[in-house]
Design a protein around this ligand. Structure first.
Ligand code: AHR
Length: 501
């Protein structure tokens, strides 16, 4: 039997609910069609937002949403997206498919969406092609309560009350699509731009996110932190609250990424092994952050993560539309368990992207909507939001078909929620083996257990014809023991157990 230890007496960190965050960009059919259909659409909507989509996102307890990009953010000029819709500027979305962006979804619509979702807002400012004045005025427009040119303009556009902006990103991927900057140049510009991201509401200060590294670019992390900390008053932590990290799981290569649905067992393990690289990235970037910020005041913000495959055959290559299988459920389960385990440094994470783009939780086609296996994992893991991470471990062994792409068979994380209930989320990466688990809880006896499991063939996915092929079911095959509980986890599965002690 495999031993799973849970120390119910040792809380080792707070799991910010924002770890379960999402990302929505003006890319393909993410915003338009995926979320926003406009007030005049026949698809049931409230002020243009799809009712079906809003409902399932609320059921999943979406905690925070990032917008408007991505690469789009550094080409986005917020003034194009305010005021009467018929007067809004049309532009070409050069990054993503060269389609016309009519700006009908702008600042007011995004803030309305967050209100409907009851989630926090994460706005990404334009540093690549925007000015300091433009960024500063956007913050004024969004948050200033009083008489000012931007607050007056907001009122004229129908929203006299200021909004609360929770998170603000100063640029996106400025080492690449956001201006091809060097780390020194970005860091100095960051110091300047962030100065004008004013906290007009001192009771609700904006959490500022600086652009962090691409994958394993440790030099970027080091130089940005060095430069932003130079002569900075210690309490400012280099003028930032968070530093971003982007890492995507690409099974093969960027040129030929691999299919979302047509893959073999080797590619399955390769994908999971590449996903696990996230652990190394968090540890290594975290170690550099420790040198500047030993008290974890700066959050590592993993605001883009997920699988990136070749687009579905016959779809616009610039739209990044891909299907989502049981393999993606494992990728989500692995990453979310890792973020939980690193919750003392990882303060927010945003899967890319919300609907119809990359590893989405939702796919839409006209008025139809499908929940992906990834959605179900987010739904099952929601209990970790704002819970306390418990010390826990599992005796795993390495498995896989190739030496290079070995993965641990089992991965877990465990938390205690505010009602004292314990939540264990466990992934079984093996395609062939189920495992008998002996769960041992220190100084606690189990009163009751509720379980939910997601398991299927690695390639199984939901389609508009068969939307429920992969769905979670109740898991009741456990036995309460003197020391905890025993159960068998099937191959290729994600399990959530809620345990009352
Ligand atoms: O999520 C798709 C793109 O990936 C984003 O626009 C960009 O930030 C990243 O390269």
């Amino acid at each position: 039997m495999v031993k799973l230890f849970v120390n119910t007496k040792k809380k080792i960190g707070h799991i910010n609910k924002e770890i379960y965050g999402h990302f929505s960009e003006h890319l393909g059919r993410c915003i338009y069609e995926g979320v926003y259909v406009g007030e005049n659409s026949e698809i049931p909507n409230t002020n243009g937002m799809r009712n079906d989509v809003v409902k399932v996102l609320k059921d999943m307890k979406i905690p925070v949403l990032r917008w408007p990009g991505g690469c789009f953010a550094d080409e986005y000029h917020w003034r194009d997206g305010i005021g009467p819709k018929e007067n809004r500027k049309k532009m070409i979305n050069t990054h993503w498919g060269g389609v016309v962006e009519d700006n009908s979804f702008g600042t007011h619509e995004f803030m309305e969406l967050c209100e409907q979702l009851e989630c926090k807002s994460y706005i990404n400012g334009n540093m690549g092609s925007g000015t300091v004045q433009e960024m500063s005025e956007w913050v004024e427009y969004l948050t200033y309560d009083g008489v000012s040119p931007m607050a007056d303009l907001r009122a004229k556009n129908g929203h006299p009350e200021p909004w609360k902006v929770d998170y603000f990103g100063v640029g996106n991927e400025n080492w690449g699509c956001g201006g091809n900057m060097t780390p020194e140049y970005y860091a100095n510009e960051y110091r300047r731009y962030q100065t004008y991201v004013r906290n007009y509401n001192s009771k609700a200060p904006i959490y500022k996110v600086a652009c962090g590294p691409n994958n394993d670019d440790y030099e970027w992390t080091k130089v940005v932190l060095e430069t932003t900390h130079k002569n900075a008053p210690p309490h400012t932590h280099g003028f930032m609250n968070g530093l971003s990290l982007h890492y995507y799981t690409v099974p093969r290569t960027w040129q030929q990424k691999g299919s979302a649905t047509d893959f073999d067992e080797k590619e399955y393990y390769m994908t999971l092994s590449k996903t696990l690289y996230m652990d190394t990235l968090i540890k290594r970037h975290g170690a550099i952050m420790d040198q500047f910020d030993p008290d974890n005041k700066i959050g590592l913000i993993i605001d883009e993560w997920g699988t990136w495959y070749d687009v579905e055959p016959g779809t616009n290559p610039g739209f990044l539309f891909q299907q989502n299988t049981m393999r993606d459920a494992l990728v989500a389960g692995i990453n979310l368990n890792l973020f939980n385990k690193h919750c003392n440094r990882v303060k927010m994470a945003n899967i890319a992207q919300l609907a119809n783009v990359l590893q989405s939780v939702i796919l839409t086609e006209g008025d139809k909507m499908v929940l992906t296996p990834t959605y179900h994992v987010f739904h099952m893991y929601q209990h970790h939001q704002d819970a306390e991470l418990l010390e826990s471990s599992i005796d795993s062994v390495n498995i896989g078909l190739e030496e290079e792409y070995q993965v641990p068979n089992l991965l877990e994380s465990t938390s205690m929620d505010k009602d004292g209930k314990i939540h264990i989320t466990l992934t079984n990466l093996s395609l062939t083996d189920s495992y008998e688990i002996d769960g041992i809880f220190t100084e606690a006896s189990v009163k009751s257990v509720k379980g939910t499991i997601l398991t299927n063939d690695m390639k199984a996915h939901n389609t508009f014809e068969d939307p429920d092929k992969v769905h979670p079911v109740e898991f009741s095959k456990y036995q309460v023991t003197e020391k905890g509980l025993q159960f068998t986890i099937p191959a290729c599965s994600v399990l959530h157990l809620e345990v009352e002690i």
